[in-house]
Design a binder for this molecule. Sequence first.
Ligand code: XBP
Ligand code: MG
Length: 270
Amino acid sequence: MSIEAFIFDVDGTLADTEEAHRVAFNNAFERYRLGWCWTPEAYRELLHTTGGKERIAAYLATKTLSTSDRRRLTELIPAIHAEKTRFYSSFVADGAIPLRPGVRRLIEETLAAGCRLAIASTTTAANVDALLRSNFGEQGLAMFSVIACGDQVRAKKPAPDIYRLALQHLGLQPEQAVAFEDSRNGLRAATEAGLWTVITPTFWTEDHDFDGAALVLPHLGEPGQPLDGEPGGKLRDAAWLTFDEVARRADQRPRSGIDAVYAGTAGVHG
Ligand code: XBP
Ligand code: MG
């Protein structure tokens, strides 16, 4: 089976967005006079909970509150998160958040090769729209055949649901697609959905365990920003990850446990 789609995570993968999310959360907390402020150190820990509403709930669970205050604040989470999304979407719409190195190049190579693009993200749809429009213009959304994100699934990453939804809408088997992620939760979601997964961590996720990833690179690279030690380190074709190298490696992966044994002992049986 050949590769017919690249499925991209958004936050941390398409763009390094989490500092903007953190500021947006703090702006919303101030707007509601909550007296909360998430430092970068606290936010790095809070990021282990995916989904902004779920993240606020996880933070609330750590606080000592009266029953009535806990109920009131829990009921307020959707409104706080909607305010946060307004702040974040306005940062993005203002062009404040560029794509990571190599993302635009690889997306263009993917489309030129006749391969489809999809999104599988935990973030809110408004955030995806804002990021794609601000970086690709009005046609940004149409470049992606499927946009699976936010509350379209009940179980967010690390559950595989959002990737399974993307594959379902693409009409593809996992072996026909590749996932691009930045975090341990994203890697778990993609690999449990059966996807060969490329990881490009950010400051927020560089300390995560990426065991199970097909390939881990600092970023996707491009001619003007080549990856140190490439080609010849992890990559064969260039000092940046090309569509052809991803498609070739993903298509050559072992399909089953038996294949994996034979792949691992090539030359003995082959
Ligand atoms: C990362 C997330 C999101 C963002 C915040 O999503 O977990 O929750 O941190 O966005 P991705 P929301 O799967 O793209 O890495 O507040 O809209 O959830
Ligand atoms: Mg991510």
